[in-house]
Design a protein around this ligand. Structure first.
Ligand code: ATP
Length: 200
C-alpha cells in the first residue's frame, strides 16, 4: 500500500474494536505490538545483540527472549532501558514500514498504541484517533483486565493526554459508550474516504 493510516488511542479506547471493523474490508492491519515481538523473536539479530549486551541468561533454554528478566532490568536501570530503546525503536519502525509497503490492500492500517509517544505520526500519512472520555477509558480497562483504578491511571499517566493525542488527529472516531452501534457506519465512511484519497 502507498497510503498508511496510523490508528491510535489511549488504553481501552477501542483500537482493536475499530481495527476489526476495517478487516471486513480486507484492509491489511499491521500491529505495532506484534512487530515489536517479531524483531526480538528467536534467532533475530536484535536478540543476539541483547544477549551480548546483557548476558546469556536473558535467553530462555528454548532460545526465546526472557521477557520477564528483561522487563525487570529496564525497570530498574534507566541506562538499560535507553540502550534497549536505541536498539529496538529504529528496527521496529523499519519493520513496520516494510510490512506496510508489502501490504496488498489499497491502504493499510498501522495500529500503534504509542503512535504519538514514539513520533510515529511522522511515519504514517494520516492519523486516526479513537477517542473516549478518560473516565470511560478507566472503567473499560478495569472491566476487561481486572486492573485496579490506580493501575489503569498509572498506564494512562505514561501515555500522552487525550488533548495532546487529539492535536495530531486527522480523523477522530468517537467511541463513547452508547455509540457502539454507530461504529460500523463510521468505519465504512472512513473506508470510503481513504479510498478516495488514493484515487487522487
Ligand atoms: P488496549 O490499548 O488496551 O489494547 P484497545 O484500545 O484496543 O485497548 P479495545 O480492546 O478495542 O481497546 O476495547 C476496550 C474494551 O472496551 C473492550 O472490552 C471492548 O469490548 C470495550 N468497548 C469497545 N468499544 C466500546 C463501546 N463503544 N462501548 C462499550 N464498550 C466498548
Amino acid at each position: 500500500s502507498n497510503l498508511i493510516i496510523g490508528l491510535t488511542g489511549g488504553i481501552g479506547s477501542g483500537k482493536t474494536t475499530v481495527a476489526n471493523l476495517f478487516k471486513q474490508y480486507d484492509i491489511d492491519i499491521i500491529d505495532a505490538d506484534i512487530v515489536a515481538r517479531q524483531v526480538v523473536a528467536k534467532g533475530a539479530p536484535a536478540l543476539q545483540q541483547i544477549q551480548l549486551h546483557f548476558g546469556e541468561d536473558y535467553l530462555l533454554p528454548n532460545g526465546e527472549l526472557n521477557r520477564t528478566k528483561l522487563r525487570h532490568k529496564v525497570f530498574q536501570e534507566p541506562e538499560a532501558k535507553q540502550w534497549l530503546n536505541t536498539l529496538l525503536h529504529p528496527l521496529i519502525r523499519e519493520e513496520m514500514i516494510t510490512q506496510c509497503q508489502q501490504a496488498k490492500s489499497p491502504y493499510c492500517l498501522l495500529v500503534a498504541p504509542l503512535l504519538i509517544e514514539n513520533s510515529l505520526f511522522q511515519t504514517v500519512d494520516k492519523v486516526l484517533v479513537v477517542d473516549i472520555p478518560e473516565q470511560e477509558q478507566i472503567k473499560r480497562t478495569m472491566t476487561r483486565d481486572e486492573n485496579t483504578q490506580a493501575q489503569v491511571e498509572a498506564i494512562m499517566a505514561s501515555q500522552v493526554s487525550r488533548q495532546e493525542r487529539l492535536k495530531h488527529a486527522d480523523f477522530v472516531i468517537e467511541n463513547t459508550t452508547g455509540e457502539q452501534e454507530q461504529l460500523p457506519l463510521k468505519v465504512e465512511q472512513l473506508h470510503r474516504h481513504f479510498l478516495k484519497l488514493i484515487a487522487k
